[in-house]
Write a protein that binds this ligand. Structure first.
Ligand code: AMP
Ligand code: ZN
Length: 114
């Protein structure tokens, strides 16, 4: 989508600190980190949120979780643990309407989230 922030990052029209990229997926540092490690993992294809995820794109989610697992390992989070978050829609607290998963680590996470 032409006016979508994360589509622009995926297309390199807006810079980001990219930590992983392949044909279908990109991971980059969150601009406003909430933990020592705060990385966003997105499909390059525009999908607004999980509600709008179609059957055909389900394999992207497996790919994204594979990459999250890989990055968490590279960042040394395997032993201490980490959190993966998807905010979906208004009440889910989603602010950027392009599907993304937060990888958060490097500090103790609390529950329940706000
Ligand atoms: P959410 O609230 O789940 O939609 O998360 C959106 C996330 O995108 C927030 O954590 C923001 O800090 C982050 N964000 C917004 N703009 C940028 C940007 N230009 N580069 C990297 N992260 C961003
Ligand atoms: Zn988009």
């Amino acid at each position: 989508m032409s006016d979508c922030l994360f589509c622009k990052i995926a297309q390199k029209e807006i810079p980001a600190q990219v930590v992983y990229e392949d044909e279908k997926v990109m991971a980059f540092n969150d601009i406003n980190p909430q933990a020592p490690v705060h990385i966003l993992v997105i499909p390059k294809k525009h999908i607004t949120d999980l509600v709008n995820l179609e059957e055909n794109d389900l394999s992207l989610i497996a790919e994204i979780f594979k990459i999250i697992k890989q990055i968490a390992g590279e960042k040394g989070l395997d032993q201490e643990g980490y959190r993966v978050v998807n905010n979906c829609g208004e009440k889910g607290g989603q602010t950027v309407p392009h599907l993304h998963f937060h990888l958060l680590g490097g500090r103790q996470m609390n529950w329940p989230p706000g």
